[in-house]
Design a protein around this ligand. Structure first.
Ligand code: GLN
Ligand code: ZN
Length: 769
């Protein structure tokens, strides 16, 4: 091992860059390839161009060491699976026949073969493909792509550092392959995997890599002593190799905790650590272990996950402290820039004042390089940049957008009573029973009905000016009439208006609340070729006018049955947006909670007796460390209660959750104090019902009896079987009958049949009680 000395110039670097291209060229090329309109060669050429453009953009911004291997046609964890030869058996023949087609088959499945499972990359909105491993897995080193990309960058004259998913994180993210016992722990394959990484490292070294980065973000989660031992062993072994590049072990998204001790002692040449607020403890922890003298520290001081400009003065202070704790210090973003859009300068419609507060990937690269120059040459070397940064930060703090006195006064005046309903659940339930007069096992849906081409066309027509608002709204009303009359005919008990006016469950509300901004080009990868454009929660939030009331009341005018009002809850409004970094998240959540409370109160005043506040994201924004859960759940549930606690006892509050397992947050669900919760349950055969019952959950529950993720129509018998299973856990007085989630991605034919079956199932099971 060589020693890293402070004499080396400070480098500016990143761990990854958005892959899609300024105009989402990669999405177009990949989807074109799937449709047969783009050849494999053309796709490869587009990819090469994008990599070249990205490296040039980074170098142009002053990044002196660029990443390679961060590019991907679909997902970098899938690329790692290919690199270590862990192709699932069912995909082997396709991969052997054609590597590219086989790769996409693993990602998306084919007519005959299921894809790999997809899940969220830590607590981001990026989804990776889960490796499937078993005791028979044989790893082989296949680093051709990583080697080729490194050579590409070097040939273009860049100083380049390959970035790989580290072996420990790779195994910790894997799951037992189908057919392998659930108890199988992929980490037991470490000894088999390490020689493969050794080979990959040797190949990269031979191709010219001075450094290779191994990403180990799984080490920022709570890890057992055995897992930490495995990490120690992995880096002892890789560090002990002779034919290898220098190793930089990176972590991000949170503090390393005990794992910092392990990595600091490992025989590797460098560590890359997150020093943003959520990982701030890394600084003291690093000092506590005596620093990493003689080693390279890559300091992730620029937040790689938010879209706000950095506070340079604060970063320079951190960097100054770090200088005393390592042989040399380089500057980076806290994580790959994959999680932010490419270029804030493209946001021409955004108020120029506000645009100065924004930093997307390109701007962050410039910030990193500025800080590297400041660290090397002192503040004088970047005096102009520091002054501009101070001015931009000050304008943000002083702005009416970020500090609305009326909003501030309102949150400051929140009382304990505002977050609690006036009567306990049992009394409310009785009042609601009397008020609503529903049958046992009441049937309902989760909110949206099919978003038909006609609806999407109407929205596009409105945007393009081909129809006026009046014509558009008449189409929405016509849709509502149809949806309501269908539900009446089918015999559902609590109806919905179908959400035809909503493009997206967050965007629709963001567009109507103050404090939110939309971006024109702010796309970020969610998975594969799917990109999302999250709204930016930039300022203080209020609701100037009712947002949903007229649609809900219009629906209610068409029927004597209760129509359920439908809102997106405060936690989900935050989770699927870029949030502020200039105040605690809980404060932002309180503001959103109060704005939505106005809507809930107005719905009630307009005659709505059932109001659903969706919180599908409650589980997914749970912090990575268990020690942080209580704080998060406290503000998350409080903001939900602020939204829902202003109503009368006989008004029934529903909530809905999906996309996750909820067994570990039953207590938090209870703290929402909602009267009814509907949950995704069909695929897991009502397991959540058992979990809720097992934890003593005392309220009404609607575990889904129709998996809405595919066009498949469940029979009435099937739905009835699930319902009976639900009855085994939840008494009939507290059991609802509903699908897993909204129906916006479904077509009308399967929606009609499935809902008829669902109602029929409820009738059958009622008659058995
Ligand atoms: N009410 C929403 C709908 O039905 C809920 C969507 C969701 O849970 N993701 O579409
Ligand atoms: Zn849902």
């Amino acid at each position: 091992m060589t020693t890293e000395s402070a004499a080396a110039p400070v480098r500016a670097t990143v761990y990854g860059y958005p892959r899609q291209g300024q105009n989402r060229e990669l999405k177009k090329a990949v989807e074109g390839y799937w449709k047969g309109r783009v050849t494999a060669d053309a796709l490869r050429a587009t990819a090469r161009d994008l990599r070249r453009t990205n490296w040039a953009q980074l170098a142009g911004a002053g990044i002196t060491e660029v990443p390679t291997g961060d590019f991907s046609y679909y997902d970098h964890v899938l690329d790692t699976t290919v690199m270590v030869g862990a192709i699932p058996d069912r995909h082997r023949s396709a991969v052997a026949a054609d590597a590219l087609d086989g790769y996409f088959a693993m990602a998306r499945g084919t007519q005959d073969v299921a894809p790999l499972e997809m899940t969220k990359w830590f607590d981001t909105n990026y989804h990776y493909l889960v490796p499937e491993l078993g005791p028979d897995t044989v790893f082989t080193a296949e680093p051709a792509r990583q080697v080729a990309e490194l050579k590409e960058a070097l040939a273009l004259g860049h100083t380049a550092r390959p970035v790989l998913v580290g072996p420990v994180t790779y195994l910790l993210l894997a799951k037992p392959a189908p057919g392998v016992a659930a108890g199988f722990e992929p980490l037991t394959l470490l000894d088999r995997l390490l020689p493969v990484y050794a080979q990959v490292l040797a190949d990269l070294r031979a191709a010219g890599a001075a450094w290779v980065q191994l990403d180990e973000p799984a080490l920022v989660q709570d890890r057992t002593p055995a897992e930490l031992n495995a990490a120690a062993r992995a880096y002892r072994e890789l560090g002990g190799l002779t034919e290898r590049p220098k190793l930089l072990v990176a972590s991000y998204f949170d503090r390393l905790g005990d794992a910092l001790h392990v990595l600091a002692k490992a025989p590797v040449e460098g560590l890359a650590l997150d020093f943003t607020d959520r990982a701030a403890a890394n600084l003291d922890d690093l000092a506590a272990v005596g620093g990493i003298p003689g080693k390279r520290l890559v300091a992730g001081v620029v937040n790689g996950r938010n879209i706000w400009i950095n506070d340079h003065q604060k970063s320079l202070t951190t960097l100054g402290t770090l200088l005393g704790l390592a042989g040399r210090v380089d500057v980076a973003a806290s994580c790959s820039l994959l999680h932010v859009p490419i270029d804030a300068d493209a946001e021409r419609d955004t108020d120029p004042q506000v645009r100065r507060w924004l930093a997307f990937a390109r701007q962050k690269a410039t910030e990193i390089s500025t800080l590297a120059r400041g660290l090397a040459g002192g503040t004088d070397a970047i005096a102009a940049e520091l002054a501009a940064n101070r001015a931009d930060l000050a304008s943000r703090t002083a702005s009416r957008i970020t500090h609305d006195p009326a909003v501030r006064a309102r949150t400051a005046a929140i009382t304990e009573a505002d977050g609690h309903r006036a009567q306990p659940y049992a009394e409310r339930a009785a009042a609601q029973r009397a008020h609503l007069g529903l049958p046992l096992l009441p049937t309902t849906t989760i909110g949206s009905f099919p978003q038909t081409t006609e609806l999407r066309t109407a929205r596009a027509d409105l945007r393009a000016g081909r129809i006026d608002t009046a014509a558009y709204e008449e189409r929405i009303r016509a849709e509502i009439r149809e949806v309501v009359s269908f539900q009446e005919k089918t015999g559902l008990d609590v109806l919905v208006h179908g959400e035809p006016e909503r493009n997206d469950m967050v965007q629709y509300f963001a567009e109507q609340l103050t404090g939110y901004l939309a971006t024109q080009h702010g796309w970020v990868q969610s998975y594969g070729t799917r990109y999302v454009r999250p709204p930016v929660l930039a300022g203080d939030v209020s609701r100037p006018d009712p947002m949903t009331v007229r649609w809900t009341t219009y629906a209610q005018q068409q029927t004597a049955k209760p129509v359920k009002g439908m809102l997106t809850g405060p936690v989900t409004m935050l989770a699927w947006s870029f949030v502020r970094d200039d105040q605690p998240l809980g404060e932002t959540a309180r503001q959103v909670g109060l704005a939505l409370r106005d809507e809930v109160d107005d719905l009630e005043a307009a005659g709505t007796s059932v109001i659903q506040v969706d919180e599908p994201a409650l589980r997914e924004t749970l912090p990575l460390r268990a020690a942080d859960h209580a704080d998060y759940l406290a503000w998350a549930t409080e903001s939900f209660r602020l939204t829902t606690s202003g109503v009368r006892p006989d008004t029934q509050i529903h909530t809905h959750m999906c996309y996750a397992e909820f067994g570990d947050i039953v207590e938090a669900i209870e703290h929402l104090d909602a009267d009814v919760i509907s949950l995704e349950a069909a695929r897991s055969h009502m397991q959540v019902a058992d979990e809720l019952a097992g934890a003593g959950y005392p309220r009404e529950v609607g575990p889904g009896v129709w998996d809405i993720h595919s066009p498949r129509v469940p029979s009435a018998g099937e739905a009835a079987t699930l319902l009976r299973r639900g009855l085994g856990a939840i008494p009939a007085e507290r059991l609802w009958v509903n699908p897993d989630c909204g129906l916006k991605t479904r077509g009308w034919p399967e929606t009609k049949d499935s809902l008829e079956h669902l109602v029929e199932a409820a009738r059958r099971v009622r008659s058995e009680i």
